[in-house]
Design a protein around this ligand. Structure first.
Ligand code: ZN
Length: 335
């Protein structure tokens, strides 16, 4: 029997495991091997995920599971993404969906965001969780590599309302050598579809000498889908198999991004201390409408929010946001 959750379409006949090792065939159906088992369940600022145009200022419960359908050579979460999921015990917690929602509420979280690994690894648990979250009025978002089939992209769209999609590179050679997939085409198709179904932001890690020549082409694709999509460019400090590789040059990337802003205005550049590319500027008049503070490595927070609703206070241009600004609520936060 073929698994149709992602574009690998693995054959799970006779008890074999697919690329991600997270599903098995049982009684003519695809079953999750480790339901309700989470590798992460901690509150965070939504800006740190990052989401810059969704529920600004809010606190989310960041969850993750194990397994991945990609084999990125630079993976920073290889502990949960690349290990045999059956062998990971340390730090994994089992919580039923209703218990997870209760925990999110206790911690003062406004939403739930799937991060760490790939949500397509845990579809059945997430479908159940989405049902509970809907009942509790809690929005759900995710980071995804969007290597899902057309059917399961619809499933993603029914579970989550906001997405940060990883678009790592366009060239087949890059995708084959650095990510381990034959083509980026399904991802491009799914970015278009998810942008129609919900709120989308896109993230691209810049890897020195691997995809740094493709920035403009990637930006043109995003602008063609929708020029209001926020684009997060991450200066990648390679881990895992690429540990020791050269760090991308900040000035060279910033120079390339400056000209991209002309056709894709909401460009953000992350992962170095003191970046002033973490603020939102009004594309028409240049006023800084949302100011953020960045510690350089995923420690972002809202500093000031001067939009009037979702309008620039100076010229009235729409700054597209998914959800309104949410007041930071009291409660325990570890980050
Ligand atoms: Zn303006």
């Amino acid at each position: 029997m073929q698994c149709t959750y992602c574009e690998w379409r693995c054959d799970l006949s006779d008890g074999s495991l697919g690329v991600c090792r997270m599903y098995v065939e049982e009684g003519g159906a695809i079953r999750e091997r480790f339901p309700y088992r989470w590798s992460s369940c901690i509150p965070s600022r939504v800006e740190s995920v990052p989401f810059y145009h969704a529920w600004p200022g809010s606190r989310c419960l960041v969850i993750g599971t194990a397994g991945c359908n990609f084999r990125c050579r630079y993976c920073s979460n290889s502990f949960v993404a690349k290990q045999d999921p059956a062998s990971i015990q340390d730090g994994m917690i089992e919580l039923l969906p209703a218990e997870l929602i209760r925990k999110a509420k206790q911690l003062g979280c406004h939403s739930i965001v799937f991060n760490v690994n790939e949500p397509a690894m845990s579809f059945p648990s997430l479908v159940e969780l989405a049902g509970e979250a809907r009942g509790a009025g809690m929005p759900m978002g995710c980071l995804t590599n969007a290597y899902t089939t057309e059917e399961s992209t619809e499933l993603l769209g029914s579970i989550f309302s906001f997405f940060n999609i990883g678009l790592k590179g366009l060239a087949d050679s890059f995708n084959r050598d650095s990510i381990g997939i034959p083509s980026v085409d399904p991802i491009l198709r799914n970015i278009r579809r998810l942008a129609a179904l919900g709120h989308v932001e896109v993230t691209t890690p810049v890897i020195e000498s691997a995809n740094d020549g493709e920035l403009e082409e990637i930006a043109r694709f995003i602008a063609d889908v929708d020029p209001e999509i926020p684009w997060h460019v991450f200066r990648l400090l390679p881990e895992d198999e690429m540990k020791g590789a050269r760090y991308p040059n900040i000035d060279a990337i910033a120079g390339a991004l400056e000209s991209i802003r002309a056709f894709l205005p909401h460009v953000y550049f992350h992962n170095f201390v003191g970046s002033d590319w973490v603020n939102t500027r009004c594309p028409d008049c240049g006023t800084t409408v949302i100011e953020r503070f960045s510690l350089g490595c995923g420690g972002d927070r809202l500093r000031s929010f001067i939009c009037r609703g979702n309008l620039c206070p100076s010229c009235g241009r729409e700054i597209r946001l998914h959800g309104e600004k949410v007041a930071w609520s009291a409660g325990e936060v570890r980050q």
